[in-house]
Design a protein around this ligand. Structure first.
Ligand code: FAD
Length: 385
Protein backbone atom coordinates (compact mmCIF):
# COMPACT_ATOMS: atom_id res chain seq x y z
CA UNK A 1 0.00 0.00 0.00
CA UNK A 2 1.26 3.46 -0.91
CA UNK A 3 1.99 6.04 1.75
CA UNK A 4 -1.06 7.58 3.33
CA UNK A 5 -2.43 10.32 1.09
CA UNK A 6 -5.52 11.59 -0.68
CA UNK A 7 -8.28 9.10 -1.24
CA UNK A 8 -10.30 9.19 -4.47
CA UNK A 9 -13.88 7.97 -4.43
CA UNK A 10 -15.95 7.48 -7.55
CA UNK A 11 -19.66 7.93 -6.90
CA UNK A 12 -21.46 10.05 -4.29
CA UNK A 13 -24.11 7.37 -3.69
CA UNK A 14 -24.41 5.43 -0.43
CA UNK A 15 -21.24 3.38 -1.07
CA UNK A 16 -19.05 6.38 -1.78
CA UNK A 17 -20.55 8.55 0.96
CA UNK A 18 -20.18 5.96 3.75
CA UNK A 19 -16.62 4.97 2.79
CA UNK A 20 -15.71 8.65 2.42
CA UNK A 21 -17.09 9.56 5.83
CA UNK A 22 -15.30 6.72 7.64
CA UNK A 23 -11.97 7.61 6.04
CA UNK A 24 -12.48 11.34 6.60
CA UNK A 25 -13.19 10.67 10.29
CA UNK A 26 -9.88 8.77 10.42
CA UNK A 27 -8.06 11.85 9.13
CA UNK A 28 -7.85 11.22 5.36
CA UNK A 29 -8.46 13.88 2.74
CA UNK A 30 -11.23 12.50 0.54
CA UNK A 31 -12.10 13.61 -3.03
CA UNK A 32 -15.46 12.32 -4.27
CA UNK A 33 -16.51 12.52 -7.93
CA UNK A 34 -19.96 12.03 -9.35
CA UNK A 35 -20.93 12.34 -12.99
CA UNK A 36 -24.48 13.41 -12.04
CA UNK A 37 -25.55 16.87 -10.91
CA UNK A 38 -26.65 15.58 -7.50
CA UNK A 39 -25.40 13.39 -4.65
CA UNK A 40 -27.11 10.20 -3.35
CA UNK A 41 -26.85 8.07 -6.52
CA UNK A 42 -29.96 6.03 -7.22
CA UNK A 43 -31.37 6.78 -3.76
CA UNK A 44 -31.78 10.45 -4.76
CA UNK A 45 -34.96 12.15 -3.51
CA UNK A 46 -36.16 15.67 -4.23
CA UNK A 47 -39.18 17.72 -3.30
CA UNK A 48 -41.56 18.44 -6.16
CA UNK A 49 -41.86 22.21 -6.43
CA UNK A 50 -45.53 22.27 -7.33
CA UNK A 51 -47.04 19.70 -4.95
CA UNK A 52 -44.39 19.60 -2.20
CA UNK A 53 -44.30 15.77 -2.47
CA UNK A 54 -40.94 14.04 -1.80
CA UNK A 55 -40.09 12.22 -5.04
CA UNK A 56 -37.95 9.08 -5.21
CA UNK A 57 -36.39 10.11 -8.51
CA UNK A 58 -34.90 6.70 -9.51
CA UNK A 59 -37.75 4.60 -8.15
CA UNK A 60 -39.09 3.94 -4.65
CA UNK A 61 -36.63 3.24 -1.84
CA UNK A 62 -37.78 1.74 1.46
CA UNK A 63 -35.23 1.22 4.21
CA UNK A 64 -35.38 -2.20 5.89
CA UNK A 65 -32.74 -4.13 7.80
CA UNK A 66 -31.96 -6.58 10.58
CA UNK A 67 -28.53 -5.03 11.03
CA UNK A 68 -28.65 -3.02 14.24
CA UNK A 69 -25.38 -1.17 13.60
CA UNK A 70 -26.57 -0.06 10.15
CA UNK A 71 -29.91 1.06 11.58
CA UNK A 72 -28.15 3.10 14.27
CA UNK A 73 -25.80 4.49 11.62
CA UNK A 74 -28.58 5.87 9.39
CA UNK A 75 -30.54 7.16 12.39
CA UNK A 76 -27.47 9.10 13.54
CA UNK A 77 -27.71 11.21 10.36
CA UNK A 78 -31.47 11.55 10.02
CA UNK A 79 -34.65 10.77 11.96
CA UNK A 80 -36.41 7.76 10.47
CA UNK A 81 -40.21 7.81 10.33
CA UNK A 82 -42.27 4.61 10.66
CA UNK A 83 -43.10 3.18 7.25
CA UNK A 84 -44.38 -0.26 6.24
CA UNK A 85 -44.52 -1.16 2.58
CA UNK A 86 -47.97 -2.59 1.85
CA UNK A 87 -48.16 -3.38 -1.85
CA UNK A 88 -51.33 -4.08 -3.81
CA UNK A 89 -51.70 -5.84 -7.17
CA UNK A 90 -54.22 -5.40 -9.95
CA UNK A 91 -54.85 -8.64 -11.83
CA UNK A 92 -57.74 -8.93 -14.26
CA UNK A 93 -60.53 -6.79 -12.85
CA UNK A 94 -59.63 -7.22 -9.17
CA UNK A 95 -57.26 -5.64 -6.68
CA UNK A 96 -55.41 -8.04 -4.36
CA UNK A 97 -53.16 -7.89 -1.33
CA UNK A 98 -49.45 -8.67 -1.81
CA UNK A 99 -47.19 -10.50 -1.10
CA UNK A 100 -49.53 -13.44 -1.67
CA UNK A 101 -51.02 -14.05 1.80
CA UNK A 102 -54.13 -15.55 3.34
CA UNK A 103 -56.15 -12.51 2.28
CA UNK A 104 -54.96 -12.87 -1.35
CA UNK A 105 -55.77 -16.58 -1.39
CA UNK A 106 -59.25 -16.02 0.03
CA UNK A 107 -59.89 -13.08 -2.34
CA UNK A 108 -58.58 -14.94 -5.38
CA UNK A 109 -60.40 -18.25 -4.82
CA UNK A 110 -63.50 -16.71 -3.17
CA UNK A 111 -62.94 -18.65 0.08
CA UNK A 112 -62.86 -18.05 3.82
CA UNK A 113 -59.97 -20.41 4.61
CA UNK A 114 -58.20 -20.45 7.93
CA UNK A 115 -54.37 -20.83 7.75
CA UNK A 116 -54.24 -24.66 7.84
CA UNK A 117 -57.04 -24.99 5.32
CA UNK A 118 -55.29 -22.57 2.97
CA UNK A 119 -52.02 -24.47 3.27
CA UNK A 120 -53.72 -27.77 2.40
CA UNK A 121 -55.54 -26.09 -0.50
CA UNK A 122 -52.36 -24.53 -1.96
CA UNK A 123 -50.47 -27.82 -1.56
CA UNK A 124 -53.18 -29.44 -3.66
CA UNK A 125 -52.74 -26.72 -6.33
CA UNK A 126 -48.98 -27.23 -6.51
CA UNK A 127 -47.65 -29.25 -9.44
CA UNK A 128 -45.90 -32.08 -7.60
CA UNK A 129 -44.97 -33.80 -10.88
CA UNK A 130 -42.09 -31.28 -11.06
CA UNK A 131 -39.51 -33.00 -8.87
CA UNK A 132 -36.45 -30.91 -9.54
CA UNK A 133 -37.49 -27.39 -10.67
CA UNK A 134 -34.91 -25.87 -13.05
CA UNK A 135 -36.68 -22.72 -14.21
CA UNK A 136 -38.53 -19.89 -12.46
CA UNK A 137 -41.77 -21.14 -13.99
CA UNK A 138 -41.28 -24.72 -12.75
CA UNK A 139 -40.38 -23.46 -9.29
CA UNK A 140 -43.49 -21.25 -9.11
CA UNK A 141 -45.79 -24.01 -10.44
CA UNK A 142 -44.41 -26.37 -7.85
CA UNK A 143 -44.84 -23.88 -5.02
CA UNK A 144 -48.20 -22.24 -5.79
CA UNK A 145 -49.81 -23.95 -8.80
CA UNK A 146 -50.99 -22.58 -12.14
CA UNK A 147 -53.67 -20.06 -11.08
CA UNK A 148 -51.66 -18.00 -8.58
CA UNK A 149 -48.58 -18.28 -10.81
CA UNK A 150 -50.42 -16.82 -13.80
CA UNK A 151 -52.08 -14.04 -11.80
CA UNK A 152 -49.16 -12.82 -9.71
CA UNK A 153 -45.83 -14.14 -11.04
CA UNK A 154 -45.87 -14.93 -14.75
CA UNK A 155 -46.75 -11.57 -16.38
CA UNK A 156 -44.95 -9.43 -13.82
CA UNK A 157 -41.73 -11.43 -14.14
CA UNK A 158 -41.94 -11.40 -17.93
CA UNK A 159 -42.30 -7.61 -17.98
CA UNK A 160 -39.60 -7.09 -15.34
CA UNK A 161 -36.97 -9.30 -16.98
CA UNK A 162 -38.00 -9.07 -20.64
CA UNK A 163 -38.02 -12.82 -21.11
CA UNK A 164 -40.23 -15.78 -20.35
CA UNK A 165 -40.05 -17.19 -16.79
CA UNK A 166 -39.13 -20.47 -18.55
CA UNK A 167 -35.76 -18.86 -19.40
CA UNK A 168 -34.99 -17.69 -15.86
CA UNK A 169 -33.33 -19.90 -13.24
CA UNK A 170 -35.38 -21.42 -10.39
CA UNK A 171 -33.00 -19.76 -7.91
CA UNK A 172 -34.77 -16.38 -8.41
CA UNK A 173 -37.75 -17.77 -6.48
CA UNK A 174 -35.86 -19.21 -3.53
CA UNK A 175 -38.55 -19.74 -0.92
CA UNK A 176 -42.28 -20.37 -0.87
CA UNK A 177 -43.59 -16.93 -1.91
CA UNK A 178 -46.85 -17.31 0.06
CA UNK A 179 -47.84 -16.45 3.64
CA UNK A 180 -50.61 -18.34 5.41
CA UNK A 181 -51.61 -15.41 7.62
CA UNK A 182 -52.78 -11.83 7.03
CA UNK A 183 -49.31 -10.26 7.28
CA UNK A 184 -49.08 -7.93 4.27
CA UNK A 185 -45.88 -6.12 5.32
CA UNK A 186 -43.75 -6.55 2.20
CA UNK A 187 -40.49 -6.83 4.13
CA UNK A 188 -39.82 -9.11 7.09
CA UNK A 189 -36.96 -7.08 8.58
CA UNK A 190 -36.94 -5.88 12.19
CA UNK A 191 -36.15 -2.22 11.41
CA UNK A 192 -38.09 -0.40 8.68
CA UNK A 193 -38.65 3.25 7.92
CA UNK A 194 -38.15 6.31 5.77
CA UNK A 195 -35.75 9.21 6.37
CA UNK A 196 -37.86 12.17 7.40
CA UNK A 197 -36.31 14.62 4.91
CA UNK A 198 -35.46 12.11 2.20
CA UNK A 199 -32.33 10.13 1.29
CA UNK A 200 -30.50 13.00 -0.38
CA UNK A 201 -30.65 15.06 2.80
CA UNK A 202 -29.40 12.05 4.80
CA UNK A 203 -26.52 11.37 2.40
CA UNK A 204 -25.70 15.10 2.35
CA UNK A 205 -25.21 14.91 6.12
CA UNK A 206 -22.96 11.85 5.75
CA UNK A 207 -20.85 13.81 3.26
CA UNK A 208 -20.77 16.92 5.42
CA UNK A 209 -17.24 16.68 6.83
CA UNK A 210 -14.34 19.14 6.51
CA UNK A 211 -12.06 16.42 5.04
CA UNK A 212 -14.52 15.60 2.22
CA UNK A 213 -14.71 17.45 -1.08
CA UNK A 214 -17.44 16.47 -3.57
CA UNK A 215 -17.20 17.36 -7.28
CA UNK A 216 -20.50 16.90 -9.10
CA UNK A 217 -20.92 16.75 -12.90
CA UNK A 218 -17.40 15.31 -12.95
CA UNK A 219 -16.79 11.95 -14.61
CA UNK A 220 -13.77 10.14 -13.20
CA UNK A 221 -11.52 8.54 -15.80
CA UNK A 222 -8.97 5.78 -15.30
CA UNK A 223 -6.01 8.09 -15.94
CA UNK A 224 -6.88 10.00 -12.74
CA UNK A 225 -6.20 6.98 -10.56
CA UNK A 226 -2.54 7.83 -10.01
CA UNK A 227 -3.49 11.13 -8.36
CA UNK A 228 -4.62 9.16 -5.29
CA UNK A 229 -3.13 6.82 -2.70
CA UNK A 230 -6.18 4.60 -3.20
CA UNK A 231 -9.40 4.75 -5.21
CA UNK A 232 -12.77 3.28 -4.19
CA UNK A 233 -14.80 2.84 -7.35
CA UNK A 234 -18.61 2.56 -7.18
CA UNK A 235 -19.07 3.13 -10.93
CA UNK A 236 -19.55 0.21 -13.31
CA UNK A 237 -16.84 -2.45 -13.43
CA UNK A 238 -17.14 -2.95 -17.20
CA UNK A 239 -17.15 0.84 -17.74
CA UNK A 240 -13.87 1.21 -15.83
CA UNK A 241 -12.31 -1.45 -18.05
CA UNK A 242 -13.58 0.26 -21.24
CA UNK A 243 -16.10 -2.56 -21.89
CA UNK A 244 -13.19 -4.72 -23.02
CA UNK A 245 -15.33 -7.90 -22.94
CA UNK A 246 -18.58 -6.22 -24.03
CA UNK A 247 -21.18 -4.43 -21.86
CA UNK A 248 -22.51 -6.39 -18.86
CA UNK A 249 -26.28 -6.93 -19.16
CA UNK A 250 -28.61 -4.70 -17.14
CA UNK A 251 -32.30 -3.88 -17.11
CA UNK A 252 -33.17 -0.22 -17.11
CA UNK A 253 -36.38 1.54 -16.06
CA UNK A 254 -38.43 4.30 -17.70
CA UNK A 255 -40.68 6.37 -15.47
CA UNK A 256 -43.72 8.06 -17.01
CA UNK A 257 -44.66 10.80 -14.59
CA UNK A 258 -48.20 12.08 -14.16
CA UNK A 259 -49.92 14.35 -11.68
CA UNK A 260 -53.27 13.94 -9.98
CA UNK A 261 -55.34 16.30 -7.88
CA UNK A 262 -56.07 14.23 -4.77
CA UNK A 263 -55.30 10.59 -4.00
CA UNK A 264 -54.78 8.59 -7.22
CA UNK A 265 -54.60 5.00 -5.96
CA UNK A 266 -54.77 5.09 -2.15
CA UNK A 267 -51.42 3.30 -1.69
CA UNK A 268 -47.74 3.79 -2.51
CA UNK A 269 -47.26 0.81 -4.85
CA UNK A 270 -49.78 -0.90 -7.16
CA UNK A 271 -48.35 -3.80 -9.20
CA UNK A 272 -49.81 -4.81 -12.55
CA UNK A 273 -49.33 -8.52 -13.26
CA UNK A 274 -51.19 -8.72 -16.59
CA UNK A 275 -49.04 -8.68 -19.75
CA UNK A 276 -51.73 -6.62 -21.48
CA UNK A 277 -50.68 -3.69 -19.23
CA UNK A 278 -47.25 -2.51 -20.46
CA UNK A 279 -45.99 -1.16 -17.14
CA UNK A 280 -45.02 -3.22 -14.08
CA UNK A 281 -46.34 -0.88 -11.41
CA UNK A 282 -47.54 2.61 -10.50
CA UNK A 283 -45.95 4.36 -7.54
CA UNK A 284 -47.67 7.31 -5.85
CA UNK A 285 -44.91 9.14 -4.06
CA UNK A 286 -46.79 11.02 -1.37
CA UNK A 287 -47.72 7.69 0.22
CA UNK A 288 -44.01 7.03 0.90
CA UNK A 289 -44.19 9.92 3.41
CA UNK A 290 -47.47 9.15 5.24
CA UNK A 291 -46.64 11.69 7.98
CA UNK A 292 -46.89 14.53 5.43
CA UNK A 293 -50.04 16.00 3.90
CA UNK A 294 -50.26 17.09 0.25
CA UNK A 295 -53.33 17.85 -1.80
CA UNK A 296 -51.68 17.24 -5.16
CA UNK A 297 -50.07 13.95 -6.11
CA UNK A 298 -47.19 12.75 -8.31
CA UNK A 299 -47.20 9.22 -9.72
CA UNK A 300 -44.78 7.19 -11.84
CA UNK A 301 -45.76 4.48 -14.29
CA UNK A 302 -42.74 2.16 -14.32
CA UNK A 303 -41.60 0.33 -17.46
CA UNK A 304 -38.71 -2.13 -17.56
CA UNK A 305 -36.54 -2.80 -20.63
CA UNK A 306 -33.06 -3.82 -21.75
CA UNK A 307 -30.41 -1.24 -20.87
CA UNK A 308 -28.74 0.48 -23.85
CA UNK A 309 -25.39 2.33 -23.83
CA UNK A 310 -27.01 5.69 -22.96
CA UNK A 311 -29.41 4.35 -20.30
CA UNK A 312 -29.07 4.16 -16.52
CA UNK A 313 -28.21 0.60 -15.48
CA UNK A 314 -30.64 -0.53 -12.74
CA UNK A 315 -30.81 -4.30 -12.26
CA UNK A 316 -27.88 -6.59 -13.14
CA UNK A 317 -29.22 -9.54 -15.15
CA UNK A 318 -26.66 -12.16 -14.01
CA UNK A 319 -27.76 -14.99 -16.30
CA UNK A 320 -25.21 -17.55 -17.52
CA UNK A 321 -23.88 -15.36 -20.36
CA UNK A 322 -23.50 -12.32 -18.07
CA UNK A 323 -21.70 -14.37 -15.44
CA UNK A 324 -19.19 -15.69 -17.99
CA UNK A 325 -18.46 -12.12 -19.08
CA UNK A 326 -18.31 -11.03 -15.44
CA UNK A 327 -15.66 -13.68 -14.68
CA UNK A 328 -13.49 -12.13 -17.43
CA UNK A 329 -13.89 -8.66 -15.93
CA UNK A 330 -13.13 -9.91 -12.42
CA UNK A 331 -9.98 -11.66 -13.63
CA UNK A 332 -8.88 -8.51 -15.50
CA UNK A 333 -9.68 -6.17 -12.58
CA UNK A 334 -7.81 -8.40 -10.12
CA UNK A 335 -4.57 -7.34 -11.81
CA UNK A 336 -5.17 -3.68 -10.83
CA UNK A 337 -3.57 -2.14 -7.78
CA UNK A 338 -4.57 0.72 -5.45
CA UNK A 339 -8.24 0.43 -6.40
CA UNK A 340 -11.18 -1.35 -4.77
CA UNK A 341 -14.47 -1.90 -6.61
CA UNK A 342 -17.51 -1.40 -4.39
CA UNK A 343 -21.28 -1.02 -4.46
CA UNK A 344 -23.94 -2.20 -6.84
CA UNK A 345 -22.20 -1.21 -10.11
CA UNK A 346 -18.63 -1.91 -9.02
CA UNK A 347 -19.50 -5.48 -8.06
CA UNK A 348 -22.41 -6.07 -10.52
CA UNK A 349 -24.83 -7.21 -7.80
CA UNK A 350 -28.26 -6.04 -6.66
CA UNK A 351 -27.66 -4.61 -3.19
CA UNK A 352 -30.27 -3.25 -0.83
CA UNK A 353 -29.30 -0.03 0.92
CA UNK A 354 -28.58 -1.71 4.27
CA UNK A 355 -26.24 -4.22 2.62
CA UNK A 356 -24.57 -1.38 0.70
CA UNK A 357 -23.92 0.46 3.98
CA UNK A 358 -22.72 -2.68 5.78
CA UNK A 359 -20.27 -3.44 2.95
CA UNK A 360 -19.09 0.18 2.81
CA UNK A 361 -18.41 0.25 6.57
CA UNK A 362 -16.51 -3.05 6.35
CA UNK A 363 -14.52 -1.80 3.36
CA UNK A 364 -13.44 1.42 5.06
CA UNK A 365 -12.51 -0.42 8.25
CA UNK A 366 -10.44 -2.97 6.37
CA UNK A 367 -8.66 -0.16 4.53
CA UNK A 368 -7.71 1.51 7.79
CA UNK A 369 -6.55 -1.78 9.32
CA UNK A 370 -4.44 -2.65 6.25
CA UNK A 371 -2.99 0.83 6.16
CA UNK A 372 -1.90 0.49 9.79
CA UNK A 373 -0.15 -2.81 8.89
CA UNK A 374 1.25 -1.36 5.65
CA UNK A 375 -0.52 -4.20 3.83
CA UNK A 376 -2.35 -3.98 0.50
CA UNK A 377 -6.09 -3.67 0.02
CA UNK A 378 -7.98 -6.26 -2.09
CA UNK A 379 -9.50 -5.21 -5.42
CA UNK A 380 -12.78 -6.85 -4.34
CA UNK A 381 -13.87 -7.29 -0.73
CA UNK A 382 -17.12 -8.81 -1.87
CA UNK A 383 -16.68 -11.09 -4.86
CA UNK A 384 -19.00 -10.18 -7.76
CA UNK A 385 -19.25 -13.86 -8.75
C1 FAD B 1 -35.47 0.68 -8.83
C2 FAD B 1 -34.71 0.40 -7.58
C3 FAD B 1 -35.36 0.39 -6.36
C4 FAD B 1 -34.65 0.13 -5.20
N1 FAD B 1 -35.35 0.09 -4.03
C5 FAD B 1 -34.69 -0.19 -2.89
C6 FAD B 1 -35.41 -0.30 -1.66
O1 FAD B 1 -36.64 -0.14 -1.61
N2 FAD B 1 -34.70 -0.59 -0.54
C7 FAD B 1 -33.35 -0.79 -0.55
O2 FAD B 1 -32.77 -1.05 0.50
N3 FAD B 1 -32.64 -0.68 -1.70
C8 FAD B 1 -33.27 -0.39 -2.86
N4 FAD B 1 -32.56 -0.29 -4.03
C9 FAD B 1 -31.09 -0.43 -4.01
C10 FAD B 1 -30.34 0.92 -3.84
O3 FAD B 1 -30.63 1.76 -4.93
C11 FAD B 1 -28.83 0.63 -3.75
O4 FAD B 1 -28.58 -0.09 -2.57
C12 FAD B 1 -27.94 1.86 -3.73
O5 FAD B 1 -28.26 2.77 -4.73
C13 FAD B 1 -26.48 1.44 -3.91
O6 FAD B 1 -25.66 2.57 -3.77
P1 FAD B 1 -24.28 2.69 -4.56
O7 FAD B 1 -23.58 3.88 -4.00
O8 FAD B 1 -23.55 1.39 -4.56
O9 FAD B 1 -24.69 2.93 -6.10
P2 FAD B 1 -25.39 4.18 -6.82
O10 FAD B 1 -26.49 4.71 -6.00
O11 FAD B 1 -25.69 3.72 -8.20
O12 FAD B 1 -24.23 5.28 -6.89
C14 FAD B 1 -23.16 5.18 -7.82
C15 FAD B 1 -22.83 6.60 -8.29
O13 FAD B 1 -21.62 6.56 -9.05
C16 FAD B 1 -21.69 7.54 -10.06
N5 FAD B 1 -20.72 7.17 -11.11
C17 FAD B 1 -20.65 6.02 -11.83
N6 FAD B 1 -19.59 6.03 -12.65
C18 FAD B 1 -18.96 7.22 -12.46
C19 FAD B 1 -17.77 7.82 -13.00
N7 FAD B 1 -16.99 7.20 -13.90
N8 FAD B 1 -17.41 9.06 -12.57
C20 FAD B 1 -18.18 9.72 -11.64
N9 FAD B 1 -19.30 9.19 -11.09
C21 FAD B 1 -19.68 7.95 -11.49
C22 FAD B 1 -23.15 7.46 -10.52
O14 FAD B 1 -23.52 8.69 -11.13
C23 FAD B 1 -23.90 7.20 -9.20
O15 FAD B 1 -24.36 8.43 -8.64
C24 FAD B 1 -33.24 -0.10 -5.23
C25 FAD B 1 -32.58 -0.09 -6.46
C26 FAD B 1 -33.30 0.12 -7.62
C27 FAD B 1 -32.58 0.04 -8.94
Amino acid sequence: MRASGRIGIVGAGLSGAVIGRELAEAGHQVEIFDARNHIAGNCHTERDEETGVMIHVYGPHIFHTDDREVWDYVNSFQAFMPYKNRVKATSGDQVYSLPVNLHTINQFFGKTFRPDEARTFIEAQADTSIEDPKTFEEQALRFVGKDLYEAFFQGYTQKQWGCSPTELPASILKRLPVRFNYDDNYFAHKYQGMPENGYTDMIGRILDHPNINVSLKTRFVRAQKDDFAHVFYSGSLDGYLDHEFGPLGYRTLDFERFEYDGDYQGCAVMNYGDVSVPYTRITEHKHFSPWEEHKGSVCYREFSRECGPEDIPYYPIRLVKDKEQLAQYVERASRETAITFVGRLGTYRYLDMDVTIREALDTARLYLAREAENASMPVFLHSPI
